[in-house]
Write a protein that binds this ligand. Structure first.
Ligand code: GTP
Ligand code: MG
Length: 266
């Protein structure tokens, strides 16, 4: 039995699952298998696979579609590391919302990175969405505040708040994000990371977790990924809501854990 579990731990690590989460899965599987009786080797193998399936389905929380929210406006704040795909994901979800007959306004609360406001405006003009913006270097929380007020005045369904991803020594990103949260009081805080980051998602998400993350979006699933990112992110008990599967606006889908686990174990 220990051999199987050891082999499984290696497979998880090779699939780029963070060791903290791999350990968690293997220990819990060991407990499940402890009291079982086996008559043959193949028996053990198939039991391990079926217990692993059950274990993964228990570990990975059920997702939900935040675009189903009927609160007006529903305020969603997007956070995550540099270059993970926050702005692109916001645009994709905005397109989805519009396709469902909803309206969206963007808050350009990344007032830090060069060209971030123009990038957001480019998406917005293609999608026919208004952007609430201030100047570069302005207070991101104030931008969010203005966007929410504008949405309230105009009866807009969703406010999507873009935020900066970069951390600089003289600027505390977490402090800034906490302030936006305090001022905007978002209904959802969405953590966006790239699936290709695999086990590295563990330390990154650990940093952002204190904000109170409602759900995760994993981008770049179209690139070569081994599934480790999904399992690692799930180790925090936070649901994965959507996966990004390309650079186009329609390259996003709701995450389906049953499909994911089936593919992983096939
Ligand atoms: N292949 C692929 N590329 C993606 C996906 N999502 C985003 N990208 C690309 O990733 C790059 C970074 O995306 P952004 O949306 O600018 O990322 P960001 O998190 O806003 O970046 P910063 O604002 O600089 O922190 C862009 O070139 C996107 O086109 C995806 O699902 N698949
Ligand atoms: Mg961005």
């Amino acid at each position: 039995m220990e051999n199987y579990l050891w082999e499984l731990e290696l497979i998880l690590l090779e699939s780029d699952v963070a060791h903290e989460v791999a350990d968690q899965i293997v220990s819990s599987l060991r407990e499940k298998l402890k009291n079982r009786e086996f008559s043959s080797r193949t028996d053990i193998y198939s039991q391990v696979v079926s217990d692993l399936r059950e274990e993964l389905l228990e570990l990975i929380p059920d997702g939900f579609d935040l675009l189903g929210s009927n609160k007006k406006p529903t305020v969603v704040m997007f956070v995550g590391p540099n270059g993970a795909g926050k702005t692109t994901t916001m645009a994709k979800l905005a397109k989805r919302a519009i396709d469902n007959g909803k309206s969206v306004v963007f808050a350009a609360s990344d007032t830090f990175r060069a060209a971030s406001i123009e990038q957001l405006e480019e998406h917005a003009s293609r999608l026919g969405i208004r952007v609430i913006k201030h100047k570069y270097g302005a207070d991101p929380a104030a931008v969010a505040y203005d966007a929410i007020n504008s949405a309230k005045a105009k009866g807009i369904d969703f406010v999507f708040i873009d935020t900066a991803g970069r951390q600089e020594t003289n600027r505390n990103l977490m402090e800034e994000l906490r302030k936006i949260k305090r001022v905007a009081n978002p209904d959802f805080i969405v953590y966006v990371d790239e699936a290709v980051a695999g086990n590295a998602i563990y330390t990154r998400l650990e940093q952002f977790k204190e904000l109170g993350i409602s759900g995760v979006v994993l981008t770049k699933m179209d690139l070569d990924v081994k599934g480790g990112g999904v399992i690692t992110a799930s180790g925090f008990g936070i649901p994965i809501l959507y996966v990004g599967t390309g650079q186009g606006y329609d390259d996003i889908s709701q995450f389906d854990k049953y499909e994911f686990v089936s593919q992983l174990l096939s």
